[in-house]
Write a protein that binds this ligand. Structure first.
Ligand code: GDP
Ligand code: MN
Length: 379
């Protein structure tokens, strides 16, 4: 889940990272009220999940209420790279001596965390990496050992931050690392990380992506969800705890295991169809899970047929078949269903399905046959 800047800053603050005092505003009068409260000068900032807001006119300084009114009025409703601004973040403006860049993310290839630090912040980091790769100091961090204070200090020196920024930067890097690891982020980025004329180091922007797989241990993340822009199908699937991704085709897909679900999408494509979704129901295929999955697919008006592709591993074929039959009793399905059931006790499972076969419920013994039938039915 991607956070908005203001949410990212709230998250940073929990880990002790210094951020400016501020608040959100969804209309002009609130923006002025917040500005009066945090004290002038303030920065009026568009809250959209896209970078380069500054260049697009979405970040403006204001020294009095009139300027806040003017900027808030222009920025609200502004279209920044296809994202319309509905919310502002108003914070007390900082004096900037230097703009740096700092981030942590996962380097899957190296099986380590990757820290990136640069004395050339403020601009898009891709640009720095391309035009001046030496200006980007990277470190690989062993996830077991973590980031030590010594390593952080050496890293700051390698990145050639100004000497007066060293201690502040080391402290923030350690806090940012703890935010990234203990806070279960996929990405924690500060750009710009600033040095003030008084020698303080401070986060002026926040880009945070939370690792959704860790949401079970973060009930507090719920408060970040409200503003997410979700497809209604995705929203329903999420509320039912399903791994669902909406696509644009006409063949609804239910499979167990992400790998099989992807293969199912592929094979539907191969035989000339278009998947309406990716849906992985996970290990089991209980009646509950199956009914939920069918319900989500049923809300998709584009769906013309449903392809259920299950390979029984630990879950036995007859349990899967019973789950499907019971689910069909609970949900009134609009489209014909094609099932391929294989794996442990497939014969027992198929025998159960056979008793319920009709032109609305067709069982096929191979994935390819089932895909062809589902695609034909969708045409
Ligand atoms: P982005 O363009 O979407 O990355 O938005 P940022 O939050 O990074 O802001 C863009 C730029 O606006 C920063 O690089 C700063 O140069 C400037 N800026 C943001 N906040 C302040 C502030 O408090 N004071 C000053 N002087 N400039 C700021
Ligand atoms: Mn930025």
């Amino acid at each position: 889940m991607d956070l908005f800047e203001y949410q990212g800053k709230q998250y940073f603050a929990r880990f002790g990272i210094p951020v400016s005092a501020g608040d959100i505003a969804d209309d002009v009068p609130t923006a002025v009220a917040v500005a009066e409260r945090v004290g002038y000068p303030v920065v009026v900032k568009a809250q959209v999940q896209v970078g380069g807001r500054g260049k697009a006119g979405g970040v403006k300084l204001a020294t009095n209420a009139d300027e806040v009114r003017e900027h808030a009025g222009t920025i609200l409703g502004l279209d920044i790279k296809g994202h319309v601004v509905k919310r502002l973040w108003i914070e007390h403006a900082s004096d900037i001596a230097k703009e740096y860049y700092a981030s942590f993310t996962l380097d899957r290839g190296a099986k380590k965390h990757l820290g990136m630090l640069s004395a050339q912040g403020g601009v898009e980091i891709e640009q720095v990496a391309e035009e001046n790769p030496d200006a980007l100091a990277r470190i690989a961090i062993d996830p077991v050992g973590g980031l030590s204070e010594d390593a952080a200090r050496k890293w700051v020196q390698t990145a050639r931050l100004d000497p007066e920024a060293t201690e502040g930067a080391v402290a923030i890097l350690l806090q940012l690392y703890s935010c990234y690891v203990d806070g279960d982020c996929d990405l924690a980025e500060i750009n710009p990380l600033i040095l003030t004329p008084e020698g303080k180091v401070h986060a002026l922007d926040a880009k945070v992506t939370l690792d959704d797989n860790a949401s079970f241990r973060h009930p507090e993340w719920e408060k970040f969800r409200g503003l997410e822009v979700l497809d209604p199908r995705d929203a329903l699937a999420r509320s039912k705890g399903l791994q669902y991704i909406g696509l644009d085709g006409t063949v609804g897909i239910i499979a167990n295991g992400a790998g099989l679900a992807m293969s199912t999408c592929d094979i539907v494509n191969q035989v000339g169809g278009e998947p309406a979704n990716f849906l992985d129901i996970g290990g089991g295929a209980s009646a509950d899970v199956m009914a939920n999955a069918l319900e989500v697919i049923n809300t998709d008006d584009k769906v013309r047929s449903i392809f259920i592709n299950i390979f029984g591993g630990i879950t036995k074929g007859e349990e899967v078949a019973n789950g499907i039959v019971q689910a069909l009793g609970r949900v009134d399905i609009k489209s014909p269903i094609v099932i391929r059931l294989d794996g442990t006790n497939a014969d027992e499972g198929r025998a159960i399905l056979k008793e319920h076969e009709s032109d609305r419920l067709i069982s096929k013994s191979t994935m390819l046959e089932a895909a062809k039938t589902a695609v034909e039915l969708a045409q």
